[in-house]
Design a protein around this ligand. Structure first.
Ligand code: NAD
Ligand code: TYD
Length: 352
């Protein structure tokens, strides 16, 4: 694909910032536009190292602003879109589901529509890539894996809004012939992860000797992937994936929450020079998340077989790099955990 103007949405967020960095550094011939509304989850500090690069432009804007998006597409005539902007936290979707419908469904439609209006007479060389989640498949029991053929069965307002946006992307391909590709990825972890999600929240709480709020009995399973390996997969799918195909991306790396938390405690004790077992004492079992999915696990054999992708780091390596990053970036952590973050934290964990 010889596209020149590439729009990445949500590029100031966790995964988006790694994708923007990879594209800006790997493809000097592309002009990369990062469109982000800078919600609580968006942070331009994530991109300090590339902000002056000549092939990078930041655009502050909201994907749900239909006229603004239409004008932006007319102005820059994006050949490719990599769409990551979203409301992304399940717990927030439980307290404010409408915000998720607005950004994740309406926002995706606004981008699809602007792309359609621009290119519907000639789709040659164009691509709309929608980045989605494995949570659209609902929950697994003790066994089995999500494949690309697994039926959608979302349980949370977050996963329902992502499932809906996936359906609209497919519908634009079927109805208008739009060249689209979708990937559904498992739980990411790594640098720049906002500390409302399990791993960075617990790293922050261990540093500050605060309780570690484990939902329910902790016997929920997630499949963890290092964020830079997700960004590498996105690069491959964008350039080499087949039109109208879906690719599942996962870490081949299932952990029960409680086992993961205990491993994290052990690594953090070593890093902080605390006696072994000190951080485990912070584990506090709290009220379960409503509609909590028991288990996610991805069969990533299609992307491995067809595009040659596999994770480049083991979980042990990835977790060690992640912990090191949070220690080396205390200012980043301080900046995102002050102000409105504290209000969210107090409300969400009032019983912890
Ligand atoms: P994030 O919450 O860290 O970042 C989302 C970004 O989108 C933020 O920069 C935010 O400012 C921006 N944004 C939100 N609403 C916007 C709007 N209306 N207009 C423009 N920008 C807006 O999310 P993330 O974890 O980086 O996830 C990125 C994408 O990957 C999401 O689509 C998510 O569903 C998907 N995904 C995430 C994971 C994961 O484990 N985090 C796994 C699989 C898929
Ligand atoms: P999270 O990081 O929110 O990702 P997701 O809900 O998208 O999988 O949560 C990962 C797992 O950790 C999930 O089973 C919920 C659990 N969890 C806790 O036990 N305590 C917490 O404080 C958080 C945020 C999550």
């Amino acid at each position: 694909m010889d596209s020149k103007n590439i729009l990445i949405t949500g590029g100031a967020g966790f995964i988006g910032s790694h994708v923007v960095r990879l594209f800006v550094n790997t493809y000097p011939e592309y002009r990369i536009f990062n469109l982000d509304a800078l919600t609580y989850a968006g942070n331009l500090e994530n991109l300090k190292d590339i902000q002056e690069k000549p092939n990078y432009t930041f655009v502050h804007g909201d994907i749900t602003d239909i006229d603004f998006i239409k004008n932006l597409f007319c102005e820059h005539r994006f050949d490719g879109v990599i769409h990551l902007a979203a409301e992304s936290h399940v717990d927030r979707s439980i307290t404010d589901p409408l915000a998720f419908a607005k950004t994740n469904i309406l926002g995706t439609m606004s981008l699809l529509n602007a792309f359609k209006e621009l290119w519907q007479d000639n789709w040659e060389g164009k691509r709309f890539y929608h980045v989605s989640t494995d949570e659209v498949y609902g929950t697994l029991g003790e066994t089995g894996l999500f494949t690309e053929e697994t039926s959608y069965d979302p349980n949370s307002p977050y996963s329902a809004s992502k499932a809906s946006s996936d359906h609209f992307v497919r519908a634009y391909a079927e109805t208008y012939g739009m060249p689209i590709v979708i990937s559904n990825c498992s739980n990411n972890y790594g640098p720049n992860h906002f500390p409302e999600k399990l791993i960075p929240l617990f790293i922050n709480n261990i540093i500050n000797e605060k309780p570690l709020p484990v939902y329910g009995d902790g016997n929920y399973t997630r499949d963890w992937l290092y964020v830079i390996d997700h960004a590498r997969a996105i690069d491959l799918v964008f350039h080499k994936g087949e039109n109208r195909e879906t690719y599942n991306i996962g870490g081949f790396n299932e952990w029960k929450n409680i086992d993961l938390v205990k491993l994290l405690c052990k690594l953090m004790d070593a890093k902080l020079g605390r006696e072994e077992g000190a951080s485990e004492k912070l584990i506090t079992y709290v009220k379960d998340r409503p509609g909590h999915d028991l288990r996610y696990a991805i069969d990533a054999s299609k992307i491995n077989r067809e595009l040659g992708w596999k994770p480049s780091v083991t979980f042990e390596e990835g977790l060690a790099k992640t912990i090191d990053w949070y220690f080396d970036n205390k200012e980043w952590l301080h900046n995102v955990t002050t102000g409105t973050y504290q209000e969210y934290y107090d409300k969400q964990y009032q019983n912890a």
